[in-house]
Ligand binder design. Structure first.
Ligand code: FAE
Length: 536
């Protein structure tokens, strides 16, 4: 891929189909949305996929390659057209309406800096990052064509093989490690950073400091592959390409360099000519109709989030790929309200936060982490066996020297929550309690208490408000809610309804031991291969 490349031509053509209908949005100087190609009311399709994240993209590609037409439905925007500033996505340091899904104030994971709150008011808009608030936890998710791949850190981590049975005990690990993980990693474009460049570029000084401190305290660490185009990042560093990872872009999308699903699975799917995507369409209901088919109700949204129309279409088969939260909420509602009463009692259960907890450490003045920090993490500290934590060394890309080392820890935790329908609010609740994060904090402390003691350093208390050391109120990695082998059979077929499938992070029971998107992708590859062979 050339340093200045963006979407491959074929996918641009498909995603840009119907740009005329985007006029309302582009006239305001906001990114457009390809709605002209949207599925018409009353349409009948063989396959409808709800959501365009990892599970949805794998499903669409593999079915389309087998000659099956696929209709993808995505509640978020297309993210294919620049706004009046010439950019599709804003930087992390200057969030605007594009940054958040229907919020009027930002909700940044690092909410304070030197103690001062940094969140700000923004116009309500169908932006790219959803900070969805439940009673005990905020769940960050991507919204738009590409789902979480639009906003995530790109860390493409395959779990340790010896831990896989704890994650998905009913899945054959040999098959996963011999066939589906390699297939997923190849299609995602996962690659390791060039260690020599990493060892010298100012952009990874923060990582090198993290490695040094881990080593000095006796912790194993490892490079993790990512889905960023490393040649592009080198060109950014050399000043020959427009900066993206080196300009603080990640949380609200990367304008360049990141191999989001738009550039990988979804581009390949578009190239088959068998895939159509309806953006700003939200699925609200799926019910059985005659002939073993399903009626799917869709709300059409404008960029303020207002429902402007409702459609009903029918499909032979429906794949739920709305992400752990999106799929679980929909299925929980449909079971509780009697629309899909034969779904079993496992719907909505087994949800977890992948043990996510964040913290920062204050380094000495002789250990600067650098004013230039790549937003794409490259290493993890592995203390899983001794302390139950895998910690990614994360950036704090604010453009000045902060002397901070940031970490997102993924920890061993058995805490699981359930989704339930609340008839009085007409919403789905989640039973997660903030206090359940204590297990994760204890696990993360197994690494950072030791490093602090060895280095003579302390935790930062100025980053999360209220002098908090731990950000224990969020997750980036929602998992579970329609668990494989429980709510579904061992390949994601929902019990009670032939032709309904779950293909996303909802299948994974609450924790993956590492960042989850490679496992979600590999599992989707495994399941769709079986489903395509036996159910079509
Ligand atoms: P997901 O990618 O969330 O896609 C679901 C899609 O469905 C979304 O586009 C939704 O808008 C759409 N949708 C939901 N409900 C509906 C509906 N009713 N109608 C129509 N559309 C709907 O699902 N993971 C890693 O492995 N490495 C990382 O470095 C990493 N960093 C992250 C950083 C951030 C800030 C965030 C938010 C996540 C990160 N993750 C990371 C998690 C990863 O992105 C996530 O596990 C996957 O995106 C989940 O994939 P799914 O296919 O389950």
């Amino acid at each position: 891929m050339s340093p200045r490349s963006s979407l491959p031509d074929v996918s641009r053509r498909t995603f840009l189909a119907g740009a005329g209908a985007a006029l309302g949005a582009t006239a305001l100087g906001l990114p457009g949305t390809a709605t002209a190609a949207a599925i018409p009311n009353g349409a009948s399709v063989p396959v409808l996929v709800i959501g365009t994240g990892y599970g949805g993209a794998v499903t669409a590609l593999r079915l389309a390659q087998a000659g099956i037409d696929v209709q993808l439905v995505e509640m978020g925007m297309a993210w294919d057209t620049p706004g009046s500033d010439g950019k599709i996505f804003p930087t992390s340091s200057a969030p605007d309406q594009r940054s958040y899904w229907l919020r009027t104030r930002t909700k940044q994971p690092v909410s304070n800096f030197f103690g001062f709150p940094i969140d700000k008011d923004i116009p309500r808009y169908t932006g790219v990052l959803d900070a969805e608030e439940f009673a005990g936890i905020t769940v960050y998710q991507g919204r738009g064509v590409g789902g979480g791949s639009l906003v995530n850190g790109g860390m493409a981590v395959t779990p340790r093989r010896d831990l896989f049975n704890q994650v998905l005990p009913t899945v054959d690990a040999n098959e996963m490690y011999d066939v589906y993980y390699p297939r997923a990693n190849a299609a995602l474009g996962a690659k390791l950073v060039d260690p020599a460049w990493w060892g010298s570029t100012p952009a990874y000084q923060y990582s090198r400091v993290g490695k040094k401190h881990a080593e000095r305290s006796g912790f194993p660490w490892r490079f993790v592959p990512t889905v960023y185009d490393w040649d592009y990042m080198k060109a950014e560093a050399a000043g020959t390409a427009t900066k993206s990872a080196l300009a603080g872009e990640v949380l609200y999308g990367n304008n360049h360099g990141k191999l989001s699903l738009q550039k990988t699975y979804l581009a390949q799917a578009a190239a088959t000519g068998r895939v159509n995507i309806s953006t700003l369409h939200r699925v609200t209901s799926v019910r059985p109709v005659s002939g073993g088919r399903y009626a799917v109700v869709l709300e059409v949204l404008n960029t303020s989030g207002t429902v402007t129309a409702t459609k009903e279409v029918t499909a032979d088969k429906v794949f739920f790929a709305g992400g752990s939260v999106g799929t679980s909420k929909l299925l929980t509602k449909l079971k509780a309200t009697g629309v899909l009463p034969a779904l079993n009692g496992e719907i909505g259960k087994g949800w977890g936060d992948n043990g996510n907890v964040m913290c920062g450490r204050a380094n000495h003045m002789w250990d600067p982490t650098g004013s230039l920090q790549s937003t794409i993490p490259t290493i993890g500290i592995d203390n899983w066996d001794a302390g139950g934590a895998f910690a990614e060394v994360a950036p704090l890309p604010v453009g000045i020297e902060t002397y901070a080392s940031m970490y997102l820890s993924i920890t061993r935790t058995n805490q699981r929550a359930s989704f339930s329908w609340n008839p009085s609010t007409g919403k789905v609740d989640l039973s997660w309690q903030t206090s359940w994060k204590q297990t994760s904090i204890t696990a993360a402390k197994s690494i950072f208490d030791k490093i602090n003691s060895k280095e003579g350093t302390i935790y930062r208390t100025d980053l999360f408000g209220g002098y908090k050391i731990w950000n224990d109120t969020l997750t980036y990695h929602p998992l579970g809610g329609a668990v494989l082998g429980k709510a579904t059979d061992n390949y994601g077929r929902l019990h009670g309804y032939p032709g309904l499938y779950v293909v996303d992070g909802a299948l994974i029971p609450g924790a993956a031991t590492v960042n989850p998107f490679v496992t979600i992708t590999a599992l989707a590859e495994r399941n769709i291969e079986k489903i395509r062979a036996t159910d079509f």
